[in-house]
Ligand binder design. Sequence first.
Ligand code: NAP
Length: 386
Amino acid sequence: MSKKIAVLGSTGSIGRNALRVIEALGSDYQLIAITGHKNTKLLAEQAAKFKPKYVAVTDESGLNELKGLLAGTGSKILAGASAMQEIASLEEADIVLAAVVGAAGLGAVLAAAKAGKTIAIANKEPLVIAGKLLMETARKHKATILPVDSEHCAIFQCLCAGKSDEVGKLILTASGGPFRKASRKDIENATINDALAHPTWNMGPKITIDSATMMNKALEVIEAHWLFGVPAEKIDVLIHPESIVHSLVEFIDGSVIAQMGTPDMCHPIQYALTWPDRKKGITNHLKLDELGKLTFEKPNLEIFKALKLGFEVAKTDGSSPVVFNAANEAAVKLFLEGKIKFVQITELIEQCLSTHNVKQDLTLEELLEIDKWARKQVIDTVKSAL
Ligand SMILES: NC(=O)c1ccc[n+]([C@@H]2O[C@H](COP(=O)([O-])OP(=O)(O)OC[C@H]3O[C@@H](n4cnc5c(N)ncnc54)[C@H](OP(=O)(O)O)[C@@H]3O)[C@@H](O)[C@H]2O)c1
């Protein structure tokens, strides 16, 4: 019996790599559903190639175009955000790969958890904003959440080397992004193209900007806290510019287990799809002798203030990760539209956090209200400064 896979966000960077992985895995793996938001043309090309049973476009304005492009193919076409939730809970799906960007993926990830699916999760923002709710829902409905983020996939593999009460700390590695060696002045003058020029990873625009501010690592600290049930105090970040050691676990006896590989998201995607087995894949193998040396350094929390804020937010929990994430999504959007400077992204997040009174134990509705408030707060702050 082949494993049936639904890919949410198939038109994105992770989604496109996931389709390459599924194709290479052969007939034991079958793509049965795909979703995209605006890129109907690519969605239709993917549908023509893989012939999934379901194709969904979440931005409903693309429905008519998609219907035209898919006429006669036999795929069932769905539209709207609710369509993504429908696909996430399809009876016939064995694995749901969550590869949408941002909080927009939350409803579908929760739907997959409620349906008891195996969720291969790349979409970190739902874990950041609703980690407690999502992990509890998954436990209640016997869903399995497998990390796709390369750092978390690494930690997941390293944790196999010991028992949970033997874990000393988790060490997340970070490439340092394009501004690792930049001065404060360079960063103040950074353009959109400077911030999008990631030295080692080729990713979608939002996560690439998050890597430049190191907000991505901050989100990953919170993600690791929920995925592995480890307090923020036991999570460290190390800059590792070569992006070969994807993360490490230090055990209480001082032994450190690392997971290494070439910087290629096809590996963690494949690992989540084939887990608990390993298969030959399309990722190039490491040639350590050609690399020569691997380097590690402490992050500068004064330059990369988003990471410092991330540790504070992870310790506070409750509504602060919701504000942290929503303010970032709104600020990154404004930056990519050329409306604010790069340094303002972190400043706006910090301002938004400082005006918020933290609440604990939120319902989904309360959480979504706070998300909305934080986005509006960022937009209003920028408007009022014009
Ligand atoms: N890229 C990486 O290497 C990488 C590594 C680790 C973790 N991640 C995480 O994986 C997630 C995806 O990242 P990515 O780089 O693949 O992003 P991306 O290239 O921007 O792709 C995002 C996907 O989400 C869809 N989408 C956008 N807005 C949506 C909405 N409002 N509702 C539903 N779908 C929507 C897009 O559809 P259209 O393109 O059709 O508009 C696209 O399919 C993020 O959470 C990121 O942090 C990514």
